[in-house]
Write a protein that binds this ligand. Structure first.
Ligand SMILES: CCC(=O)SCCNC(=O)CCNC(=O)[C@H](O)C(C)(C)COP(=O)(O)OP(=O)(O)OC[C@H]1O[C@@H](n2cnc3c(N)ncnc32)[C@H](O)[C@@H]1OP(=O)(O)O
Length: 517
């Protein structure tokens, strides 16, 4: 039987009323604040015409607290699958114009449906979070809904990439779904995220605070370290999602999107030979090194404003996707501290989960000394770096640029910690500790008696450096595969990557390791 005109009209009518969300007034209120609606976000994310919506006609079933007969289009969330740069991606976008984007049972079922679909079809999940949290009228059913979503976030972790955009409020338990995903992008000015808001904090602790102080994008980017990117606008957030996806495979069984250049890249970069300052004590910016190593404009820094003493991010070398973990000599002399260890180890584990080769750039004088660090648990946090590298099977290339001292060098992936190839620049210092520290311990008596203590200390330190810290000593013991000129670094990494893309490494079966947390 052909489809009747009435049936088509009925479908059109239902579609129109479901897609209007909370209505023109509420949409206007969002626009006045410079915010987009749930559908506008998805329209901007996906290639036009490619979005297949799931659950447009979903209805809530709650009857209490005035909910009987209330129309909540789509139950306050839009879900479905679309295409970005020709690749399928699943997404949900909470609709604040409908009941404040609050999560009830049907809303949670829609999120579960799209996440299950992403798992089965092996595609990334993008979630726009804009919600007042658990729908108060649905009580524990809403709470249970969050449980179902969190459980799926964990199930999908390491299976498909999960990216959260915080586009509006994100309070209480609602913050935990983004926190369980791989990357969080927050929009400056338009969003906030906290577990307990200012009112609760004041009521319980007496402390006065503001939403900005505890939950703004800038606070989470630079102080708490909860998020990975700050966007200046809705469009900027979408652009960051698309850029991030361009480095990621669809799932843990697929290859990252390498675009390997047909020719081998064997040229030198002479400018790199001048990149280190004359004195080993003068800082330099490791991002200048990264910029010279990667294909033009291909470096995407992750967590730029948090733990600046370590730099992490994605880039391409001769078209191959890599993750960088680099000490930053400009900040705290590149020492590893608690925050840097947390930041570095999580990024390493992401790269490993999704088959992304890792390049380590080392200039590390040690773990940061200090009472706060020791009492704060630097042992357990620093151990995360060791654990993360030790458990990682993706290709790993370590470049020792300058200092590689003690346990911190092992925590930056020495050969023993699993680096497949270790290359050192000619003036690198690879040692159990810095030369000055070593002579102070070894020659304490001599130095106390010396007429020119400083001069004698320098002399002994030079001797120690020549005997123990030279890269040729490590190369002689095969701890370093080769000593290279800085100008050769890019071509050597690109060759190494090409030979390592076929790497296969298996480990004894186990449920999972027990990373120090
Ligand atoms: C897992 C456990 C949890 O999630 S517990 C967390 C429960 N949620 C909360 O405590 C947050 C409650 N909501 C709020 O504080 C505010 O609505 C926030 C999110 C800050 C937004 O404020 P504002 O921009 O002024 O909007 P508004 O209050 O006028 O809200 C717009 C409409 O949305 C509704 N709404 C909001 N949150 C919920 C909720 N959790 N459950 C049910 N409805 C909610 C508001 O009632 C309001 O509805 P209406 O437009 O007046 O019909």
């Amino acid at each position: 039987m052909p489809i009747s005109k009435q049936a088509v009209e009925e479908l059109d009518r239902r579609r129109a009323s479901a897609t209007v969300g909370g209505g023109p007034k509420k949409i206007e209120a969002r626009h006045t604040k410079g915010l987009w609606t749930a559908r506008e976000r998805l329209d901007s994310l996906f290639t036009p015409g490619t979005f297949q919506e799931f659950g447009l006609h979903a209805q809530h079933e709650s009857r209490q607290f005035g909910m009987e007969g209330k129309d909540l289009p789509g139950d306050a969330v839009v879900t479905g699958v679309g295409f970005i740069d020709g690749r399928p991606v699943a997404a949900f976008s909470q609709d604040f114009t409908v009941a404040g984007g609050s999560l009830g049972s049907m809303h949670a079922e829609k999120l579960s449906l799209i996440m299950d679909h992403a798992e089965l079809s092996g595609v990334p999940v993008i979630g726009f979070n804009d919600s007042g949290g658990a729908r108060i009228q649905e009580g524990v059913s809403a709470l249970s809904g969050y449980g179902q979503v969190f459980n799926r976030n964990v199930r999908l972790s390491g299976v498909v990439p999960q990216i959260a955009v915080i586009s509006g409020p994100c309070a209480g338990g609602a913050a935990y779904s983004p926190a369980l995903m791989d990357f969080i992008i927050m929009i400056r000015g338009g969003s906030e995220m906290f577990i307990c808001g200012p009112e609760v904090i004041r009521g319980v602790t007496g402390q006065a605070t503001s939403k900005d102080e505890i939950g703004s994008a800038d606070v989470h980017a630079s102080v708490s370290g909860n998020i990975h990117f700050v966007a200046d606008s809705e469009q900027d957030a979408v652009d960051i999602v698309r850029r991030l996806l361009s480095y990621l495979p669809a799932n843990n069984m697929s290859e990252p999107p390498h675009v390997i250049t047909p020719e081998l890249d064997l040229g030198d970069d002479p400018g790199m030979d001048d990149i280190l300052p004359e004195s080993g004590k003068v800082p330099f910016d490791v991002k200048d090194v990264i910029t010279r190593l990667v294909d033009p404009d291909s470096f995407l820094e992750v967590q730029r404003d948090f733990a600046k003493n370590i730099v992490v991010g994605f880039g391409r070398i001769a078209g191959m996707v890599v993750g960088f973990i680099a000490n930053q000599p400009k900040e705290m002399a590149g020492c590893l501290d608690i925050d840097a260890s947390d930041k570095g180890s999580r990024f390493i584990r992401f790269c490993n989960a999704f088959g992304i080769p890792i390049v380590n750039l080392v200039d590390v004088p040690g773990f940061l000394p200090g009472v706060r660090q020791e009492r704060g648990g630097i042992i357990r946090h620093g151990a995360k770096m060791l654990f993360a590298y030790g458990a990682t099977t993706v290709p790993k290339i370590t470049i020792i640029m300058r200092k590689a001292y003690g346990g911190a060098f092992l925590a930056m992936c020495s050969r023993d910690m699993g680096a497949d190839i270790v290359l050192a620049w000619p003036t690198a210092e690879i040692a159990v500790m810095g030369a000055e520290g070593a002579v102070n311990i070894l020659y304490r008596g001599d130095l106390e008696k010396a007429e020119d203590r400083a001069g004698r200390s320098r002399e002994l330190a030079d001797e120690y450096r020549a005997h123990f810290a030279s890269p040729y000593i490590s190369a002689g013991k095969l701890f370093v595969h080769d000593v290279i000129k800085p100008s050769e670094t890019r071509s050597r990494i690109s060759l190494a990557l090409r030979t390592l893309l076929t790497k296969r490494e298996t480990r004894p079966p186990k449920k999972h390791g027990n990373i120090p947390l």
